[in-house]
Ligand binder design. Structure first.
Ligand SMILES: Nc1ncnc2c1ncn2[C@@H]1O[C@H](COP(=O)(O)OP(=O)(O)OP(=O)(O)O)[C@@H](O)[C@H]1O
Length: 624
């Protein structure tokens, strides 16, 4: 990158400087207290924090005392100290502190409104504290967040930024504008003669940026000072190279729609789903990001109907392929004969074909991609797209590309691939979804389980590596804990998740429930899931190994107990919780972690991910 951003002056970092020192609003006094990490402060401490003289601070504090905002306390032989009159307000109010030069924003006890705003243009790095009311949220604005921010223009984005920040941050605004500009400097479009053109906003961008970052052969020939003819095969790599150079490319090419498929949606879309679909149709690519159960599949079916072309749907597992087919038939007028499944079991290619990533990634099934004129490729659980499928995706740049993901693209780590090869995230704000009641907010409780058996503890202590992790996962005291939790919620539909087969079998035996693992034949699995879903059925509890982790539609699950599996990714944590985040059910998630082992930390990390989404997380120590 040649002309990077230029860090703003360091003085910006101190939130307590600037402003008129003689007129200290109560907020500034609160900030000074926070900075001192004390509930009271002397005038000279306040002066130091606010960057003013002691006399000015004393005057300002007197004003505040007069207004009734602050009280003073004369401490014998010590200087006078000041404290806010309304402690309650201090404890419950939101505080936003900006560190513009680091492009970071820390918010204590953010309101839903602030969180929704920030989620549009900032990345949530971390939260501290798990109890509501004690959380601090650390946000960072990265360049890709600005590039992907859902605004019409930079002014809209700046307006939203100003609404959140306690005061203007000129350097930060300048940087945001610069990043916004970068995202609108290069554009791809289809020439009326059918070839693809890369257009730069000016000559020097074409000369300096494009030429120095693109390789021979990616561009065929210049058309003008600001336009070049792009080699059809190199469209994805051009986008990728310019993205890496800090200039994401707008893609305005005409896309193929494939042979027509005429279907109508038979379910009425919710408002936010309509917005997703409209946004997609405008940009012709994108990823719907919403929590599990928020209706991405239905929105995708609406998108298929709207694009009206032959569609290839890629999913992570065979079960999901079957479910997709059922959903298509249930929510649209598609002719069942037009829907094909393509996976280890069946190999049908139809106008709407549902295939697994596994098969799609295999060289010998390459023809899947070019056997029809697909107009739309839909990537379900888009964070699963594997490297071979990505490289094939790169070849599919002329199609409409739709991704679906419950994990915000900003947290998957492979966002560059997703942004450049599939499309920008299109998302509803999760809080808004919870608030609208479309998705239930789960309550998550991490339960720290002690070792109850000396033998097990000793084995753990003397083991190392993977074995140690397994022993922590299989702490026998967890079996009793599972039994206790199920008894406490008797009659509720419950899923117990495990990582290890032995553990699953031990728990299944102890509670007398079936265990579904990778070794369970597909047919039996489907049958168990069906019985679990069935109203009034006697099957209330299933123990599930990793196979059940993703996308299996068990909308009536009311309770999930994650008994082991804490070595997994953050995403797994949210997916497991996701199983119970369906519109129905009372959505309770328990995570069991063996106390004093790395499981504690894993559990917290996984659940932090949910806490970021505003989900309530509670911690409990199980008695010895
Ligand atoms: N517009 C709608 N009207 C009525 N019901 C809907 C609508 N959209 C979604 N639903 C219902 O909500 C549930 C969840 O929808 P859907 O399966 O599309 O969610 P999802 O976001 O794809 O979930 P996951 O990420 O787990 O795959 C389904 O039972 C679906 O029928």
């Amino acid at each position: 990158m040649t002309d990077d951003t230029g860090e703003p002056a360091a003085s910006d970092d101190d939130p307590a400087t600037g402003g008129d020192p003689t007129d200290v609003p109560i907020d500034r006094f609160h900030e000074a207290l926070e900075a001192e990490e004390r509930p009271v402060a002397t005038a000279s401490e306040v002066a130091r924090r606010l960057g003013t003289t002691q006399a000015a601070a004393r005057d300002a504090l007197s004003d505040l005392v007069e207004r009734g905002d602050v009280d003073r306390l004369d401490v014998e032989s010590d200087p006078v100290v000041f404290y806010p009159s309304d402690w309650g307000a201090l404890a419950s109010r939101e505080r936003v502190v900006a560190f513009p030069s680091r492009r970071e924003i820390v918010v204590d006890r953010p309101t839903q409104f602030t969180r929704a705003r920030l989620s549009q243009f900032a990345y949530l790095v971390d939260t501290t504290g798990t109890e509501p009311g004690t959380r601090g949220y650390l946000y960072r604005i990265r360049q890709e967040d600005v590039w992907a921010a859902p605004f019409e223009d930079a002014d809209g984005l700046i307006g939203s930024l100003r609404a959140v920040l306690p005061r203007r941050a000129d350097h930060l605004e300048e940087w945001v504008r610069d990043q916004w500009r970068r995202a609108h400097r290069f554009r791809l479009y289809t020439h009326e003669d059918g070839y693809v053109v890369l257009e730069a906003a000016n000559e020097s961008l074409m000369g300096n940026v494009a030429e120095s970052h693109l390789e021979d052969g990616q561009l065929r020939a210049p058309i003008s000072e600001t336009e070049a003819w792009v080699n059809e095969d190199a469209v994805a790599s051009v986008k990728r190279a310019l993205y890496d150079a800090g200039y994401p490319v707008e893609d305005d090419r005409d896309l193929e729609t494939g042979d027509p498929v005429d279907i109508d949606l038979t379910t009425e879309l919710r408002d936010y789903q309509e917005t997703w679909v409209d946004t997609f149709l405008e940009s012709r690519s994108g990823v719907y990001v919403g929590p599990p159960g928020s209706g991405k599949t239905i929105a995708a079916i609406a998108t298929i109907a709207a694009v009206g072309g032959e569609t290839l749907i890629l999913v992570p597992s065979r079960e999901l392929a079957g479910q997709w087919r059922d959903e298509l038939l249930a929510h649209s007028t598609v002719d069942p004969a037009d829907v094909g499944l393509y996976h280890g079991g069946e190999k049908e290619i139809r106008p709407v074909t549902i295939a697994t990533y596994q098969i799609a990634g295999m060289d010998r099934h390459r023809s899947l991609f070019d056997s029809r004129e697909w107009g739309l490729i839909c990537f379900d659980e888009a964070h699963h797209v594997s490297a071979p499928v990505y490289s094939r995706t790169a070849e599919l740049q002329s199609k409409h590309r739709l991704g679906l993901s419950a994990t915000p693209v900003r947290e998957t780590g492979n966002e560059e691939e997703i942004y450049t090869l599939i499309g920008q995230p299109i998302g509803a704000d999760w809080d808004a979804l919870f608030e609208a009641g479309f998705v239930q907010e789960p309550e998550v409780e991490i339960r720290y389980v002690p070792w109850r058996e000396e033998l097990a503890r000793n084995e753990y202590v003397s083991a190392d590596g993977r074995e140690r992790r397994r022993l922590a996962a299989e702490n026998p005291a967890k079996v009793a804990e599972v039994r206790y939790l199920l008894a406490a919620h008797r009659g509720k539909k419950a899923l117990v998740f495990v990582e290890y087969l032995d553990h699953g079998e031990a728990i299944a035996d102890a509670i007398g429930a079936p265990f579904v693992s990778g070794e369970t034949p597909h047919h039996d699995r489907a049958e168990l899931f069906r019985r679990f879903r069935e109203e009034g059925s006697d099957l209330d509890v299933l123990v599930v190994s990793r196979v059940g982790d993703e996308g299996i539609d068990l909308p009536n699950a009311e309770l999930a107990v994650v008994a082991s599996g804490l070595g997994g990714s953050r995403r797994q944590g949210s997916q497991r919780a996701g199983r119970t985040m369906r519109p129905e059910g009372s959505a309770l998630v328990y995570v069991l972690a063996t106390r004093g082992t790395s499981e504690e930390e894993f559990a917290q990390r996984q659940m932090r991910h949910l806490a970021r989404k505003g989900v309530r997380v509670r911690e409990t120590n199980v008695a010895e």
